[in-house]
Design a binder for this molecule. Structure first.
Ligand SMILES: Cc1cc2nc3c(=O)[nH]c(=O)nc-3n(C[C@H](O)[C@H](O)[C@H](O)COP(=O)(O)OP(=O)(O)OC[C@H]3O[C@@H](n4cnc5c(N)ncnc54)[C@H](O)[C@@H]3O)c2cc1C
Length: 501
């Protein structure tokens, strides 16, 4: 791309959030500049856990085959200082209504490498890998984006209709737009040691993860992407990070399970988790996404998953606004919908981090007496925006992904667009005007009602469901008249979006 040229969207920061967004915008037919200060993907994982909704998002960008290489999770145990089990939960609910297993472990550097490769191959995407953001000038009509090559200090400026700062927790873009951050008061430091074992690991519990609390430095073990293993240690305020990061400390930590000559240390770093929510997420033509907009401790494994949800929410909206199908106000619904949703996870993860730090042996606990729980996936409702109001129980919730008559998953037929599914007796009885509006809004009307879909709509106590491209439910209807009204409201909210109700 030459000095002064123009793209629809500049993505600053190509971690999981930025790359997911780049792929979706390419599907929307937009021209994109993908900027990252790092020439190659970061070579060690931060995120390791993915949920079912996230793998469903990968399906949207055609990456479903990666799932075969993800590692399934098993049981999570919490021990006290004396190695008595305080509680344990089943960390895998099998395949859920999302069409994928509830939990996986993946290898982030490979995921980022694959998606960087796709951005490189996309004819409408220009990549600036090894370039850092230095300036944003929003004129109101577009944004002048100035980037500097880190190896040469060469600078270039190009224009973008919109800019998304997905440049991580220390986001320079967030600073450039002057957004503040709300602190949920859970700041902790944790040592992360990733290893690649070179021998069998019989003294460890395989895919079962555990935390040992009630000790000075709570200790965590988990298998990440097989065969890699992760050990974590929570630091106290007076612990010296440099001492914890030394290789001899890692060898000492892992000594009960493996001798130093039995593995390769992949990394040994102390992180400071913070629980922060930025405000606002949009200033003019510049938006924030992923860790730039919200950070949380990793105990729920939801940081990257939340950034992926930001991308799926933003992608179709940017597509509509850039094509002139919706006004720029549609972009305000990104924050009003996503912020309450991600804050549910942030508050939960912050609470867990605080609890683990203070985990004590429960009074009267004895070996073998502990609760084993099934963990229901946390599925917050998104905030107000492009959806029916709260009187519609289904609105704003993640849709299911039933299998269709031929056995294919619903999203594979729908693509990254709106869908109308439901009882043909209701869907087939709508007004011709509604049918025309569905066509203008590019809604895929599914002409089948297989048993899994029938069961899902029955469970929602409804007959038809309007699903958005990010797989969240716009609203539901039980009669053709209600459906006419619902589709009309979809059209209205895309043309004159209201971000708070
Ligand atoms: C140890 C650890 C474990 C975690 N475990 C999990 C987990 O199991 N599951 C989960 O969902 N989440 C987990 N998380 C959180 C998860 O890693 C983050 O939420 C996620 O990586 C955020 O993605 P992102 O793309 O928004 O930001 P990042 O991954 O931080 O990417 C930001 C990108 O911006 C680039 N950048 C930064 N500054 C500039 C600049 N000036 N100019 C241009 N580019 C720039 C960086 O090079 C980087 O590529 C974990 C985090 C840590 C640290």
């Amino acid at each position: 791309m030459t000095e002064g040229s123009r793209v629809d969207v500049a993505i600053i920061g190509c971690g999981t959030t930025g790359l997911m967004l780049a792929r979706l915008l390419a599907m929307e037919g937009l021209s994109v500049a993908a900027v990252d200060r790092s020439r190659i993907p970061i070579g060690f994982p931060r995120a390791t856990h993915l949920d079912d909704e996230t793998v469903r998002a990968f399906q949207t960008i055609g990456l479903q085959d990666l799932e075969k290489g993800f590692t399934p999770t098993a049981t999570y145990r919490f021990y006290d200082a004396d190695w008595r089990i305080v509680k344990e939960f089943v960390w895998s609910q099998g395949v859920t209504e999302q069409g994928w297993a509830s939990d996986y472990q993946f290898y982030q550097p490979d995921w980022e490498a694959i998606n960087r490769g796709y951005t490189e191959e996309d004819p409408n995407t220009s990549t600036y890998y090894g370039w850092t953001i230095v300036g944003l000038e929003d004129s109101g009509d577009d944004v002048d984006v100035t980037v500097r090559e880190t190896s040469t200090s060469a600078e270039t400026t190009f224009k973008a209709s919109f800019v998304v700062g997905s440049d991580g927790a220390n986001s320079p873009v967030r600073k450039l737009i002057g957004a503040s951050q709300f602190d949920h008061q859970a700041t902790h430091r944790q040592l992360i040691v990733d290893i690649h074992p070179l021998v069998g690991t019989e003294r460890l519990p395989g895919r079962d993860a555990f935390i040992r609390g009630g000790i000075r430095n709570p200790f965590t073990y988990l298998m990440t992407a097989e065969p890699r293993l992760r050990f974590e240690e929570m630091l106290r305020p007076d612990d010296d990070a440099a001492t914890f990061e030394r290789s001899e400390h890692a060898y000492e930590l892992i000594e009960p399970y493996l001798a130093p000559h039995e593995y390769r240390i992949l990394r040994s770093d102390v992180y400071e988790w913070r629980s922060l929510t930025a405000d606002p997420w949009r200033v003019g033509r510049v938006l924030l996404a992923g860790d730039a907009a919200h950070t949380m401790p990793p105990h729920l494994g939801q940081g990257a998953c939340s950034g992926i949800r930001d991308a799926t929410n933003l992608g179709w909206k940017l597509g509509r606004v850039v094509r002139g199908e919706s006004p720029p106000e549609l972009l305000d619904t990104y924050e009003s919908e996503r912020k309450p949703h991600v804050t549910t996870y942030t508050v939960l993860a912050a609470g867990m981090a605080n609890e683990i730090e203070s985990m004590e042996t429960p009074a009267g606990a004895t070996a073998g007496e502990h609760e084993v729980s099934e963990v229901e996936p946390v599925r917050p409702r998104m905030g107000p925006g492009v959806r029916a109001d709260d009187s519609d129980e289904a609105a704003g919730r993640a849709s299911a992904q039933p299998r269709l008559e031929g056995g294919e998953l619903m999203d594979d037929v729908v693509g990254y667009r709106f869908a109308l599914v439901g009882d043909p007796a209701v869907v087939g009885a709508i007004d011709p005007e509604t049918t025309q509006l569905l066509g203008r809004l590019n809604v895929e009307v599914l002409d089948q009602y297989p048993p899994e879909m029938r069961a899902w709509t029955a469970n929602l106590d409804t007959a038809a469901v309007l699903i958005r491209p990010d797989r969240y439910i716009f609203g539901s209807a039980t009669t053709a008249a209600e459906l006419d009204d619902l589709v009309g409201r979809l059209g209205a909210s895309l043309n004159a979006p209201v971000s708070a109700s």
